[in-house]
Design a binder for this molecule. Sequence first.
Ligand SMILES: C[S@@+](CC[C@H](N)C(=O)[O-])C[C@H]1O[C@@H](n2cnc3c(N)ncnc32)[C@H](O)[C@@H]1O
Length: 296
Amino acid sequence: MSVVIKKEVESAIFTGIELLPDMSDQQFQCWVQLLESRIGMVLPLERRSFLTTNLGLRMREIGIKDYSEYYNLLTRTQDGVREWQILVDRVTVHETRFNRHPNSLEVIEAYIRDKKVDPASGRVNIEIWSTACATGEEAFTLAMCADRALSARPDSGYFGVMATDISQSSLQDGRRAVYSKRRMKDLAPELVDGYFEPAGVDLYRVVDSLRRRVCFSCVNIMNLDQTPMGGMDIIYCQNLLIYFDRPKREKIVNKLVEYLLPGGLLILGSGEIIGWHNDKVRKVKDSHTLAFQRLG
Ligand SMILES: C[S@@+](CC[C@H](N)C(=O)[O-])C[C@H]1O[C@@H](n2cnc3c(N)ncnc32)[C@H](O)[C@@H]1O
C-alpha cells in the first residue's frame, strides 16, 4: 500500500469516516453514459474521483453501498425520479454572481436603447431568457439592466425574464431571491438601493416589483425540442456550454437561434464556442463580448 493511501486509510479510521466504495471501470462507463445522455455532462477519466465522491456521499446519506444498486434505483424505480433531481444538484456546478460579465450588459443596454416600439402595443417589449440561471443572480442582473435601460427611454416599455436551469434547488434559491451582502459585492450601490430591501442580518431580498418580472422554471437544455419557448429578444447563455462536447454545443446554440426574434441577440460566454457559424445570425462587432444578432 502506498504511503499516501495508507495515510488516507489511517485518517479515515482515526476520524471514524467510512471510505467510499470502489467503482469498477464498467460502473464508471455506465454512469458516464447516464449523465451524458440525460444532462449532456461529459466526464473524462480524470474526473472519476469527482464522480465517485459525489455519488458516494449521496449513497452514504441514503444507506446504499454499491454504485450499481444506486444506478438501478435511479433508472428503474419510481423513487428514481425524485432522487435524480437530488443527484443533478450534486453533480452540477452552480457558481455564479451578480454582474458577472459587464461587457455583455453594455451590449444589451445598447440593444434596448435602439429597439423599436411595437406598433401593436405602442410600447417597447423585451423578452429575455437566462438559460442557466443557477441561483438567480444572472436573471436579476439582466432584469435590473433591462429596467434601467427601458426607464432611460422616453416611451413606455415592458420586459420579462425567463430564468431556467436544471437544478431544482438552485431555482428554489432564485425564487426566494434573498442574497447575502457578500454575494452582492459586485453590485453598484445605486442598484442595491434601488432593487433590494433588507431581509435580516447581512441579507437582502430583491424588491417585489423586480421579482415579479422574473419567472423561474426547470428546463434541461438538452431537451430544447420539448421546450415550448420562442419570441425572445435576448437569449443569455453563459458558463453552460463549457460542460458539453462540441457537437452538443453546436446543437444547443443552433436551437437557441430558432427561439430568437428577428434582430434578437444571442449572448454567449467568451470562448465557449469558437468558429461556430449559422446563416441566420451575424456576429456583433464587440471584441469583449461573444454575441450574435438574428437576421431577417
Ligand atoms: C456555472 S453555472 C452558470 C450560471 C450562470 N449562467 C453564470 O454564468 O453565472 C452552470 C449552471 O448550468 C446548469 N446546468 C448544467 N447542466 C444543465 C442542463 N443540461 N440544462 C440546464 N442547466 C444546466 C447548472 O445547474 C448550473 O446552475
